[in-house]
Design a protein around this ligand. Structure first.
Ligand SMILES: Cc1cc2nc3c(=O)[nH]c(=O)nc-3n(C[C@H](O)[C@H](O)[C@H](O)COP(=O)(O)OP(=O)(O)OC[C@H]3O[C@@H](n4cnc5c(N)ncnc54)[C@H](O)[C@@H]3O)c2cc1C
Length: 491
């Protein structure tokens, strides 16, 4: 999720490639305990890739990035042989566990966009709005039941210095097409009463819609298949081998070991925070765990006690922030605040649950919504976010330009992943695309050092960012130096 004031520093690291791959056996059907996985039917598991498979394009990862890439490749060239290889089930990763805030911003918010890409921001904002409008239209046209609600977003201030941040956001947004309105204390209390909120800023549905993310991922897999893609589940890629005229993608050890080899002309890597399997990507991102609670469905009187008639996606605006929203069956999803790095950049199912963070989130929920005293939590889960030092997706090519990747959304990838998938499609089918020339697409973020430096670097940044919240938003000398270097920490 993106913050308003957000130009925070951060510092992701990378590790020595230790991210453990996910296995179908470890994964259990609930994707870390995600409520979304219990809210519908993912359908029967698809068969794994076995033996020798031929493809024009092999896509590794069945989350939003990989699935949108499959759809867009086939929209552009329906004759392509497209194969998607997913280690577990489609939507098992961040795509089936997130808050469902589907934002237009490609740059992790305007403030971050201004910091890193000011000269391209007009175009990037327009692209982001175009992308969101097309996403909404596609979901409707393809009949995907993603519980999409065109609500916009309400961001609230819970500390005096955050009120200034919201005013600033409203003003800056005016320069980029508007659609954001400042709310004073009385106005925000009239929307969603809470002893915590001091002010708010509300954006239009052009900026943000809400989705059930697992249902969106499952629907996209069906959309890709309808257009001719072959989607394999339980198919973990363990290596890539360059060969004349293409790349061999090794699945589960390869064909002779009971797995598969996919002979592809080109390969797209869409494995997000799980990308430690490809060493080249390790310095690019740091996996940061983000955690979420889901309440039981609210009763009619509980629902009435919180207003929220507009059903906006909501967040507060500290450096450590919460995001919260209503589900279709009127539960409240409440997530964020802690951003946890596990030494060695570990990404393993054991980290999907974290009792300490859940306790903090429950306490903060009670402070925000005292009128909901007694409401229980039915689901608690977490997931890994692919954080980069500049908080935006980054692209690159490896193995002689036949393997292309996109990752690094830093917690704001539900909408941006569709746009990034379009860039991957352009790399394969439209090398003359103007978009490929954007600095946003060509440049790369400051890399993150390997362990043993990574853990202390992340912790230093994390504590500095927490310190800024405690100091009324004042950024320390260290944070300002990191800002100047374009290095940040966020989730
Ligand atoms: C708790 C949480 C809350 C979030 N909230 C929001 C939000 O509200 N709004 C927002 O915009 N963003 C949010 N995000 C971020 C957003 O979910 C991601 O940016 C987005 O889903 C990334 O999609 P992806 O397809 O790139 O990655 P993923 O969805 O993680 O997909 C990667 C897939 O690759 C598979 N895989 C991994 N390794 C291999 C391999 N070796 N072989 C084959 N397959 C492999 C995985 O199983 C996984 O399914 C949140 C993330 C988390 C974790």
């Amino acid at each position: 999720m993106r913050k308003i004031r957000a130009i925070l520093p951060g510092m992701p690291p990378t590790v020595s490639g230790l991210s453990a791959p996910v296995s179908a056996a470890q994964a259990a059907p609930l994707a870390g305990g995600s409520y979304w996985w219990t809210s519908g039917d993912p359908g029967p598991a698809r068969v794994p890739a076995r033996g020798h498979v031929e493809a024009d394009v092999a896509i590794i990862g069945g989350g939003f990035t990989g699935l949108w890439a499959a759809v867009q490749l086939l929209q552009t060239d329906p004759s392509l042989r497209v194969v998607v290889l997913e280690a577990d089930r489609v939507g098992w990763g961040a795509s089936g566990r997130n808050g469902g805030f589907c934002e237009a911003s490609l740059t992790h918010g305007l403030a971050n966009g201004l910091l890193h890409f000011s000269e391209e921001l007009d175009l990037l904002e327009a692209e982001g709005r175009r992308n969101l409008a097309e996403l909404v239209a596609f979901v409707a046209a393809d009949g995907i039941d993603a519980e999409l609600e065109a609500t916009g977003q309400l961001i609230v201030a819970a500390a005096p210095h955050e009120v200034d941040g919201l005013r600033e956001w409203t003003e800056v947004a005016e320069r980029f097409g508007g659609g954001v309105r400042f709310l004073d204390r009385d106005a925000v209390q009239a929307e969603v009463p809470s002893p915590r909120w001091l002010a708010g800023a509300i954006s239009s549905p052009e900026h943000c819609v809400m989705v059930n993310p697992a249902k969106l991922a499952w629907g996209l897999a069906t959309s890709a298949e309808k257009r001719g893609a072959r989607v394999f589940e339980g198919s973990r890629v363990t290596g890539l081998r360059r060969r004349a005229g293409g790349v061999d993608v090794v699945v589960d050890g390869g064909a002779v070991d009971g797995g598969a080899v996919v002979r592809a002309d080109q390969v797209l890597v869409a494995t997000s925070a799980y990308s430690g399997w490809l060493r080249r990507l390790v310095p690019t991102f740091v996996p940061i765990y983000d955690y979420v609670l889901m309440t039981e469905p609210l009763t009619a009187s509980q629902r009435a006690s919180i207003g929220w008639a507009g059903r906006y996606g909501m967040s507060d605006s500290g450096n450590q922030f919460h995001y919260f929203r209503l589900s279709a069956d009127n539960r409240i999803l409440w997530g964020g605040y802690d951003a946890i790095y596990h030494p060695g950049s570990q990404v393993v199912p054991a980290h999907d649950q974290r009792a300490e963070t859940f306790a903090v989130l429950e306490r903060h929920f009670a402070e925000a919504f005292p009128q909901l005293d007694g409401v229980g939590f039915s689901h608690r889960w977490g997931g890994a976010i692919d954080t980069t030092t500049r908080f935006t997706v980054t692209f690159g090519d490896v193995l002689g330009g036949r393997v292309h990747y996109a990752l690094g959304y830093t917690g704001l990838g539900v909408g941006a992943s569709r746009w990034a998938a379009g860039i991957l499609r352009d790399k394969v089918l439209r090398p003359d695309s103007e978009l490929l020339r954007l600095r946003f697409v060509r440049s790369t973020p400051v890399p993150i050092p390997p362990e043993p430096l990574r853990t202390p670097a992340v912790e230093l940044m994390r504590h500095a960012v927490m310190g800024a919240d405690a100091a009324g938003g004042q950024r320390s000398l260290f944070l300002r130096a990191m800002d100047a270097l374009g290095v940040g920490f966020d989730s």
